[in-house]
Design a protein around this ligand. Structure first.
Ligand SMILES: Cc1ncc(COP(=O)(O)O)c(C=O)c1O
Length: 305
């Protein structure tokens, strides 16, 4: 494919690179028909994908969670990503890796599939507005629940996000940035595409995986960073009421890093400004990104010449 450098998006389908306008998916693909797919999102810093191997491990884990043995190895996917990145000059890219159970005769039975499909979307990263970090964002508590772990486990990053789509619609209707999703017990799980944290008595608290949530890679990294820095930190269930009464609240994800929350269900958190402990943790996370990217640049030929 003759794709010029610096185009702002590129798609790879089953190993073949194509401009987005020519990227065609079968209407019989089970990802399209049933959300029968798994996916990952990562991004680059200084042209290097951040924690790619960890994302590929989670992709594999998500696939196992829906009984799919991936037909692409992490090395093959990494190689395609390396090739895709060579088409860009941008330092900051968004990379979405999706594997569907494939196309075939219409019917729920996975046995009808004639083989998995791999899609990788590369596009320029649209950074979150700085205002969100300076002022904090607002959340509402959604009326729609996160799936229980005995349905499709929320720890599986599948292509079926309909509960989350409905939850964020409720947030947007109320002019909020995002929505907190509860489980059937009334405890907080996470937001629609990020993990949630509160600071209470100077202790960072995030719900445990057992609450029914996606084990975010940013969440796991921050748990490590907090422990390493001797911060008080724990995984514990909490209710929306505790969120509203917390000293500080923030959400975390690969694309957002650490984003302060200053309003929940119309109630102001703390003094209504992003908290110092949230900022401190974000600074440490940014330092960690720099360290990892520095090491990756030495280790892997992320060579764009
Ligand atoms: C439901 C959900 N929770 C949490 C996260 C955050 O995960 P990560 O930190 O790995 O980006 C995401 C990311 O998209 C998500 O979709």
């Amino acid at each position: 494919m003759n794709q010029e450098k610096n185009k702002d998006a590129l798609v790879c389908i089953n190993g073949r690179f194509t401009p987005p306008e020519e990227a065609v998916v079968s209407v019989f693909d089970r990802g399209f028909l049933y959300g029968d797919s798994v996916y990952e999102v990562t991004l680059t810093y200084e042209k290097v994908p951040f924690l790619l191997e960890t994302h590929l491990r989670r992709l594999d884990n998500s696939a196992l969670g829906i009984g799919m043995n991936l037909e692409w190895s992490p090395t093959q996917i990494k190689d395609l990503i390396q090739r895709g990145l060579k088409h860009f000059e941008n330092d900051r890219l968004y990379i979405r890796i999706m594997i569907t159970r494939g196309a075939g005769e219409i019917g729920l039975d996975p046995g009808l599939s004639d083989g998995q499909n791999l899609y990788i979307i590369f596009k320029e990263l649209t950074p979150q507005p700085q205002k969100y970090y300076d002022d904090g964002v607002s959340l509402i508590t959604a009326g729609i629940l996160r799936n229980p772990k005995k349905s499709v486990d929320p720890n599986v990053k599948s292509g079926n996000y309909l509960n989350n789509v409905l939850a964020i619609s409720q947030a947007k209707e109320k002019g909020a940035y995002d929505a907190i999703m509860l489980n059937a017990e009334g405890n907080v799980t996470e937001s629609t595409t990020a993990n949630i944290w509160i600071l209470e008595n100077d202790c960072f608290i995030t719900p445990p995986l057992e609450a029914g949530l996606l084990g975010g890679i940013t969440r796991a990294t921050l748990l490590e960073i907090a422990k390493k820095n001797n911060f008080q930190v724990k995984e514990e269930n909490f209710t929306p009421k505790r969120v509203c009464g917390a000293q500080e609240v923030f959400i975390t994800s690969s694309t957002r890093e650490v984003m302060p929350v200053t309003q929940v269900d119309g109630q102001v958190i703390g003094n209504g400004k992003p908290g110092p402990r949230t900022r401190g943790l974000h600074d440490l996370y940014r330092q960690y990104i720099q360290e990892v990217i520095g090491q990756e640049k030495k280790k892997v030929p992320w060579n764009h010449d």
